[in-house]
Ligand binder design. Structure first.
Ligand code: S3P
Length: 463
């Protein structure tokens, strides 16, 4: 797929459903009693893998496109699949489903594509084993394929080294089935979609932040107009609830049953990020991005854009199924470098590739640190970003925990290896719009994982 410099982006774009929330709606709907009706379910390959895994465990799921109906059978309603569960490219499917499977009364084998078979699973194997589950990495390398034998589980109090919503959610899901309270502490609050939706489905789950009550308030939404920012922590651009700068603990009680519900999935801010950055980077642009989830545990990119001097306005803020949502108006801006690290990292981890590309067009230096997790995503995103931006003429240095980007150099087109990583492919489509000559993205079709209409939507905005 080829891209070249464009003179402006104009118009409106509606973002497909949030990947994290879509996965959870099918998973939690499958283990809830009754029907869960999901609107705006993401029809990307990852979320289709989740549907197929639960169908193989006897759950009737009607995928009608925009609406998905999950006929849940309750916490004990899954049946043993007759084949291996294939999670495709999806880390969220693999890790979250492992929490559920740890408590079932059957054995199951989970696997995925070449990328999934390289991604670290010890981070869930360790806590789930402490709860009493039996999980084996079949090749002995701490990666999938995994053989999981369900057991009776105990509640634990676990401190995770990484701020990872996938780890936290796997433990919380196992905690639904445990014999007592389960607590997960992470160094910084990661995305809290599981906590919001589990609560919405009737579970007893809450969050405590070290030294403040802000993490719990992040689990519920109040429109900006009725809220006051806490002066001790940085308020974000819209005045939404600020995040605590320290560790957070999620606490769940065992559940009798969850109850299916209506889920309105907001647009995915991680997909919106490409349009946001494109609108800022391409001169003479103005784009209205409709229906974007702006949960503060996900929306760190809005803070970074504002720190870099970007012109964005949130409109029409509202909440659907407990998740804050807004339209975002973005206009091309002259940007300056910034430092991105610490508590904000988990709130924008998937957006760092496109933020790094945007930093090439900012004056001065941008430092991304505390983001070593980038190395264990669908590709090693520190290495792949550094390699590809350098190929386009950027001044980028990879570090252990991120990148240093010295902005202001003009970029030129290059052949870009996406490493079949959807976020890399989308990042370079946008970068190609601001570079001289032609940018050719190899493996471009991988955007199908999270944003199947991406190229059509982007090309429609080009003037
Ligand atoms: C996700 C959490 C993040 C993110 C991933 C989706 C989720 O991963 O990178 O794309 O849905 O919980 P980690 O929790 O491993 O950081």
């Amino acid at each position: 797929m080829k891209f070249s410099r464009c003179n402006g982006l104009h118009g409106e774009v509606t973002i497909p459903g949030d990947k994290s929330i879509s996965h959870r709606s099918v998973m939690f709907g499958s283990i809830a009693k009754g029907t869960t009706e999901i609107h705006n379910y993401l029809q990307g390959a990852d979320c289709l893998s989740t549907i197929s895994c639960f169908q193989k465990m006897g759950i009737e799921i009607e995928n009608r496109g925009d609406i998905v109906l999950v006929h849940g059978k309750g916490l004990r309603g899954l049946s043993r699949p007759t084949e291996v569960l294939d999670c495709g490219n999806s880390g969220t499917t693999t890790r979250l489903i492992s929490g559920i499977l740890s408590a079932q009364d059957f054995d199951v084998t989970l696997t995925g594509d070449a990328s999934i078979q390289k991604r670290p699973m010890k981070r869930i194997m360790e806590p789930l084993s402490l709860m009493g589950a039996s999980i084996e990495s079949i090749n002995g390398n701490g990666c999938a394929p995994l053989k999981i034998s369900g057991r009776k589980l105990h509640g634990i109090s676990y401190t995770s080294k990484v701020a990872s919503a996938q780890v936290k959610s796997a433990i919380l899901l196992a905690g639904l089935y445990a014999d007592g309270e389960t607590r997960v502490t992470e160094p910084y609050l990661s995305r809290n979609h599981s906590e919001i939706m589990l609560k919405y489905f009737g579970a007893d789950v809450r969050t405590e932040a070290a030294g403040s009550a802000t993490a719990e308030s992040a689990n519920s939404f109040t429109p900006a107009t009725t809220r006051q920012a806490d002066s001790s922590t940085p308020a974000d651009v819209s005045g939404r609830t600020p995040l605590s700068a320290g560790s957070a603990t999620a606490i769940i009680q065992p559940a009798e049953e969850l109850h299916g519900n209506l889920v309105e999935v907001p647009g995915d801010i991680s997909s919106a990020a490409f349009f946001l950055c494109a609108g800022l980077m391409v001169p003479n642009s103005e784009i209205l991005i409709r229906n974007v989830g702006i949960n503060p545990t996900r929306a760190g990119i809005l803070n970074v854009i504002s720190d870099m001097g970007g012109d964005i306005t949130l409109l029409n803020e509202h909440a659907g199924s407990g998740e804050p949502t807004a339209d975002i108006l973005v206009r091309s801006s002259s940007l300056h470098g910034t430092v991105i690290g610490g508590a904000v990292i988990p709130t924008l981890i998937d957006e760092l590739p496109v933020i790094a590309a945007m930093a090439c067009f900012a004056d001065g230096t941008t430092v991304i640190r505390d983001a070593a997790e980038l190395k264990v995503k669908e590709s090693d995103r520190i290495a792949v970003m550094t390699e590809n931006l350098t190929a386009m003429g950027a001044d980028v240095t990879a570090t252990d925990g991120g990148m240093i980007i010295r902005g202001g150099r003009p970029l030129h087109g290059a052949v870009i290896d996406s490493h079949l990583d959807h976020r890399i492919a989308m990042t370079f489509a946008v970068t190609g719009l601001c570079a001289d000559g032609e940018t050719d993205i190899l493996g471009a079709e991988c955007v199908n994982i999270s944003c199947p209409r991406f190229y059509e939507d982007l090309k429609r905005l080009i003037r």
